[in-house]
Design a protein around this ligand. Sequence first.
Ligand code: NAP
Length: 278
Amino acid sequence: MTTPIALVTGANTGIGFEIARGLLERGMTVVLGCRDLKRGEVARAELAKAGKGEAVLMQVDLANLNRLRNFVSKFLERFERLDLLVHNAGIWPRTRRKTEDGFELTLGVNHLGPFFLTDALLPLMKKSAPSRIVVVTSSMHTEAEFDFEDPQFKVRQHHGGTAYAQSKLANVLFTRGLARRLEAKGAGVTVNAVHPGVVNTGLRREAPPNARAPKNLLSPREGAVGPLQLALSADLAKLSGRYFEGTEQKTPSPAALDVAAQDRLWALSRTLLKLPPE
Ligand code: NAP
């Protein structure tokens, strides 16, 4: 039997580290897609003790399209299949900053980078079908409307929470838009989104010191349970375009269910990333 190959972005810490651990315990080969190779190597050494599978470290920087292109060509040289792609990496910056390519950082890292990576790896995932994509979003998507007039806060005042919530709405819009396209082509690739719970990680590292810390935080291992269910459960193998909170399927916000918004975001993302229209 061929060993299944998984790619987990942001696998050096937090929820991504525990998702990687769970997959390694199942014997998968897990590519740890980390932006910082030093931090990634520390995680790889720790995860190497985790289980039957092999942990492979590769650089994935979602804030730099050239680095993403490099990653994809190295990945395609090295691996002949991709069974599971977990878009886990994410940030919540408090100030307006930019990616290497000039995108507003929150949208760039949380949505545009994953969109670009998916587009580049999808042909391999289709060849590897049945295969799965898991998108780690947030219940905070329910607080957002996607502002198509000013998605990158060029005109309106940047607000960290608003930018984060909008990017997490983009995750669900993307999941549903992609699921429709994959289903229409009978591609054998599923994609689902999951809110992991409110988890004790470094995500809120830029929160002001006087900000109230959320209560009853889950551990990163508990936060990984929902994503791992979507990645591994045989019962969910055919499910696509759905939104989960932990292990429970839920209805996402009305804004996320808006098909016109899904298609508008799809077209906007392709334009911004200079990908050919479909
Ligand atoms: P975390 O501990 O801060 O981990 C985030 C990961 O993303 C880190 O590995 C980080 O790498 C990586 N990352 C940041 N910028 C990147 C870039 N440019 N390219 C590639 N990787 C990058 O946070 P977490 O809570 O585990 O977050 C994981 C996911 O869960 C995120 O998508 C987040 O939105 C979602 N989520 C978390 C919560 C929560 O309560 N924690 C709730 C809902 C949703 P570095 O270590 O190098 O910074």
